[in-house]
Design a protein around this ligand. Structure first.
Ligand code: UDX
Length: 430
């Protein structure tokens, strides 16, 4: 099958590579020439474990190529995946500018009947609009069949998630179109669920909203555990063994960030309000999440009395490990607050480099975690990069000014750290 993927972000690129790996002939399209030039050379312009190797293999196999030429990408394909971004407007509502542009572009170059697959996360009812936007630009009568096929890829494990998903959801009013997509995915062995386009759109939002709810729920429990002197790890383990609850997404800490959860929660809240059906639980989920950095900073302030003039090391800038994505990363509100309260800040991240803006604000970044923590009054862990657990904490004890650790991801072994005479605090981790 000849497939074009419109939008070469982490979703579009990953999908293109795995579709090529499954034997399809794939063209990746983007308006950004720099991205296309890098991908054409087999270079990933973002960090995603394992993906670059498979990209290079598929370029070698001549199964994938990249272009900025929209006409070529549309005309030479039978199926088009739309994987462009849907950022948030200030009010939380998703901005559909790029989806609309992609749909109209498809319509204007449509030379024969094609299958159009909406991969981007779009508000409920958008797939129907995509059909209309395509038709509005299409001079002939081949408007194409439009289906919704949400993605559930996690950054940092996008390749594994794309190769071995838990499920594939196909939202389509047309059985023939759904069958074509099932054929495209025929080498995948997971359950495939066919629904209406609206239900498929809703499944994506509801999945992320539910996972976000699990995180805020466990964070609420963790704060109560702090008060009662209970270890949240035991609680997560104990409740996670109940098959109805499951063990995942019960890690307490600084809360969720990234390009999806915050944005998708906001959009669902907006849609619900706009339809006079407010989602009360989800509103709380969002506000609990928003308060998590403050909660850890309060612990820090309780120990240091004042932040003014203190030096604080922040370990981790990425919104989670194994990615260089810092969108909605909790590290930044924490750094901002530390600067506002006149603390000196030194940061480390294995892959993220601070922008000039932050460096201009006198935040120091070091390539070495030991240099970062040297001479500081407190260490705050914002991202659970596994290498932080492997650090020589005995050595760190020797080089810090004050032995205080605030572990925003509950990733260190409290007993081991305390045995080195550190004052250690996690979240729900006495
Ligand atoms: C998420 C969804 O998992 C994925 O299905 C969707 O397609 C895109 O959004 P991603 O944003 O890559 O993926 O990250 P994920 O691994 O889900 O983590 C999101 C955030 O939640 C991170 O900030 C992570 O640190 C936090 N988290 C996760 C917790 O705080 N506790 C947990 O138990 C799990």
């Amino acid at each position: 099958m000849r497939i074009s993927v419109i939008g070469q972000g982490y979703v579009g690129t990953t999908m293109g590579v795995v579709l090529a790996n499954a034997g399809h002939n794939v063209t990746g399209l983007d308006i950004d020439k720099k991205k296309i030039d890098a991908l054409s050379k087999g270079e990933l312009y973002f960090y995603e474990p394992g993906l670059e190797e498979m990209l290079q293999q598929q370029i070698k196999n001549r199964r994938i190529s990249f272009t900025t030429n929209a006409r070529k990408a549309v005309e030479n394909s039978d199926t088009l995946f739309i994987a462009v971004g849907t950022p948030s407007h200030d009010n939380g509502n998703a901005d559909l500018t790029y989806i609309k542009q992609a749909a109209r572009m498809i319509g204007s170059f449509m030379n024969k009947e094609k299958l159009i697959v909406v991969k981007s996360t779009v508000p409920i009812g958008t797939t129907e609009k995509v059909k209309q936007w395509i038709a509005s630009e299409n001079q002939g009568d081949s408007t194409g069949k439009v289906v919704m096929n949400p993605e559930f890829l996690r950054e940092g494990s996008a390749l594994q998630d794309a190769l071995y998903p838990d499920r594939i959801v196909i939202g389509s009013h047309c059985e023939e179109a759904a069958e074509t997509l099932r054929k495209i995915y025929q080498s995948w062995s997971c359950p495939m669920l066919t629904t209406t386009p609206k239900a498929a759109e809703m499944i994506k939002y509801a999945s992320n909203a539910f996972l976000a709810t699990k995180i805020s729920f466990i964070n609420e429990m963790a704060k109560l555990c702090d008060t009662l002197g209970v270890d949240i790890h035991d609680v997560s383990k104990g409740i996670g063994l109940d098959e109805r609850i499951g063990p995942h997404f019960l890690e307490a800490g600084l809360g969720y960030g990234g390009s999806c959860f915050p944005k998708d929660v906001k959009e669902l809240l907006w849609t619900a309000d706009a339809n006079h059906n407010p989602l009360r639980i989800l509103k709380e989920v969002e506000s609990i999440n928003h308060a998590q950095p403050r909660y850890l900073l309060d612990k820090l302030k309780n120990s240091l009395t004042t932040l003014k003039g203190k030096r604080v090391a922040v370990l981790g800038l990425a919104f989670k490990p194994h990615t260089d994505d810092t969108r909605e990363s909790v590290a930044f509100p924490i750094i901002r607050q530390l600067l506002d309260e006149e603390a000196g800040v030194a940061v480390h991240d294995p892959v993220v480099h601070l922008s000039k803006d932050w460096l201009d604000k006198c935040v120091k970044q070091y390539g070495d975690p030991y240099r970062t923590v040297a001479g500081t009054d407190a260490v705050v862990i914002c991202t659970n990069w596994p290498q932080y657990a492997e650090l020589d904490w005995a050595k760190i004890r020797e080089i810090v000014r004050q032995p205080l650790i605030f572990d925003g991801r509950n990733m260190l072994k409290a007993e081991q750290i305390q045995s080195l005479n550190f004052h250690y605090e996690g979240i729900g981790y006495p």
